[in-house]
Structure formats: structure tokens, C-alpha cells
Design a binder for this molecule. Structure first.
Ligand code: MLT
Ligand code: MN
Length: 318
């Protein structure tokens, strides 16, 4: 008997940001190194996490990445079991944390008349409603469930509870890239529901996991929220704000993309240094981020600060 009740098992399915690593059209030194198979520079698929309350309870995906087919192909637990029905999946629900392409395009690959529940804020579900291609997810099979912020809810699958409980909360962020209007007021923090973090627990379990793959800055509300968590999986998109320009691959800063940098006075290392958290793991890592190279000084800096760098297939059982 576990004194603390059932726990939450996590598998990182994709630890890269949008584009993946290497990105298809990127010739920057890091993508080159990953493409060439250089030791210490692991390729990574796009941003997604799987969670389960234990053996036989099925899995919930947090974000559906464009690489979902490959992620399922390389994760045995997400495949139909040998004695399962002819068409079946252990994936019972999907939760979206925003409407960016790297987090929802994988839904299109889940279109084979397979029942699952789809949870997101009303705002993110409205983006799906507004894009007719998502009608390939037949509502007779895929139930879209709008979730209000700041209230825990049971993550049910079509045939009952998964044993997991989630709570969605707003984090500083912006609308999806393809919905930007060019007006800061409309694009940034126009809706508290555009970018969210998730607290994941299990029914009756004492462990809590925070999953925040996109975050523009650490504010007091976020600090208060994650305090005491067992695991924090956090936005590791860029190491420095101007990294993409310095690499010569684009003009946008991390902040302009809605992602705070790791380094700097108000970067994640400094802002979260005093937080009481069991394990802290960077995810959603962009292909320009030097921490992708295990031999880099930046990698040494984040590890010395107590952070782990997430990788595909990383399993965490808090
Ligand atoms: C982001 O996290 O900023 C987005 O995934 C960017 C994109 O859609 O490519
Ligand atoms: Mn992204």
C-alpha cells in the first residue's frame, strides 16, 4: 500500500518547441549536429507529454504535436495492447494548453473514428471550431469539453475515469501565432485562456505535477501556484531572449513569441530559484537553445541551478 495513494506517471513524448529538433529547414549548427548524429546532441520531437494514473488506467496526452504518429510508434504504452479490440487505443483524453500548431496539429492524426475526450479552455476550443479541418474529429466520437480555469476536474475518458485530476490556470502568454493581429493589446494577454498551465494530480494522490510549456514571464500568481509541487515541467524555449537573432535565423525575441528566456535577471532560472519544487525540468526547447548540446556551458549552468533538460522518452514518476 502506498501511503500517498496512486501517483502520476509521466512520459515526455516531445521535448522540442515548434519545428522540432532538427527543424526540417534549419541549418543552424545545433540542427546540423543533431542531423549528423553528434553524441550529446539528441534529436527531439515536438512538444507533448503523456500522463497515467497507473497500469491499466490508460493515458492522457497533454498537447497533440504534429509528430504524434511517431511519438505513439516509439512509445509502447500508447499502442493498442495485444488483446485489445481490433481498433483501440490506451489514449483516453487529450488536454490542450494553447492553440499553437505544435500543440494541436496532432489532433488531425487522431481522426480514425476513435473515441476520446478533448479538454481545453473555451477560447482554445473556439479556435478549433473556427477551423473546419478539425471537423475530421467526428463529434460522435470525440467529445470537446470546455474547462473553466482554476477549478480541478476529473480527466475522464469516454468510458469512465482515468484516475487523473487536472486544473487549468492562466499564465502570461499570447494568442496562437497564426491568430496574431499585429496589435499588442489583442495579441498579448487578450484572453486569460489563450495560454494555460496545468496542475496534474491523481484521485486520492498527494503528488502534483505542473506542466507549463509556454510562459511569457514568472509572476507572483504563478510562483504561488507552483510552490510545493513535486515536479515542474517548464518553458525552456530559449536560453537568451535574443538568441534567434544572434543565431541569424530570425528577428523575433523569445518574449515576442510569448516565451521567457532561461537566463537573465528575470529569466526562469532567476525567477524560479527560490521556489520550493521537487524536480524542475525544461521542455518545449527551441532548436536555437544551446542547452540542447550536453557539452555546452549553458547546459552546465542550468544543471548547476538544479534543472534537468527534458528529452523524448524521459519517464518521471513523482
Ligand atoms: C510557439 O511556441 O511560440 C509556437 O509553437 C510557435 C509556432 O507556432 O511555430
Ligand atoms: Mn510552441
Amino acid at each position: 500500500m502506498e501511503a500517498e495513494g496512486p501517483s502520476v506517471r509521466l512520459t515526455i513524448l516531445g521535448s522540442a518547441a515548434g519545428g522540432g529538433f532538427p527543424q526540417w529547414n534549419c541549418n543552424y549548427r545545433l540542427s546540423r549536429a543533431a542531423r549528423e548524429g553528434r553524441p550529446g546532441v539528441r534529436p527531439r520531437l515536438q512538444s507533448s507529454l503523456a500522463a497515467s494514473a497507473g497500469e491499466g488506467r490508460g493515458w492522457v496526452l497533454f498537447n497533440a504535436s504534429p509528430d504524434i504518429r511517431q511519438q505513439i510508434a516509439q512509445t509502447r504504452e500508447l499502442q493498442p495492447g495485444p488483446d485489445a479490440p481490433l481498433r483501440s487505443t490506451p489514449i483516453r483524453a487529450v488536454v490542450l494548453t494553447n492553440a499553437d500548431v505544435d500543440h494541436l496539429a496532432g489532433l488531425l492524426s487522431l481522426r480514425e473514428r476513435q473515441p476520446f475526450h478533448l479538454y481545453a479552455t473555451a477560447r482554445v476550443l473556439a479556435v478549433l471550431e473556427g477551423n473546419p479541418i478539425f471537423r475530421v474529429l467526428d463529434p460522435a466520437y470525440v467529445t470537446r469539453i470546455p474547462i473553466a480555469l482554476d477549478a480541478p476536474f476529473a480527466l475522464d475518458g469516454p468510458d469512465g475515469p482515468t484516475g487523473l485530476v487536472a486544473e487549468l490556470f492562466a499564465v502570461p502568454g499570447k494568442v496562437a501565432l497564426f491568430l496574431e493581429t499585429g496589435e499588442a493589446g489583442a495579441d498579448f494577454e487578450a484572453h486569460g485562456e489563450d495560454t494555460i498551465g496545468v496542475r496534474i494530480t491523481s484521485e486520492g494522490g498527494a503528488r502534483s505535477v505542473f506542466y507549463v510549456p509556454g510562459c511569457a514571464r514568472v509572476d507572483p500568481a504563478l510562483l504561488g501556484r507552483i510552490e510545493g509541487g513535486d515536479v515542474l515541467l517548464f518553458d525552456g524555449t530559449v536560453f537568451t531572449d535574443s538568441e534567434m537573432a544572434q543565431a541569424g535565423v530570425g528577428e523575433k525575441t523569445g518574449r515576442r513569441m510569448g516565451h521567457l528566456p532561461i537566463s537573465g535577471a528575470d529569466g526562469s532560472l532567476a525567477a524560479l530559484a527560490g521556489a520550493k519544487i521537487g524536480r524542475r525540468v525544461f521542455v518545449h526547447i527551441n532548436n536555437t537553445n544551446p542547452i540542447l548540446d550536453e557539452a555546452s556551458p549553458e547546459r552546465a549552468i542550468v544543471e548547476a541551478a538544479g534543472w534537468e533538460v527534458g528529452f523524448d522518452g524521459m519517464e518521471i514518476a513523482p
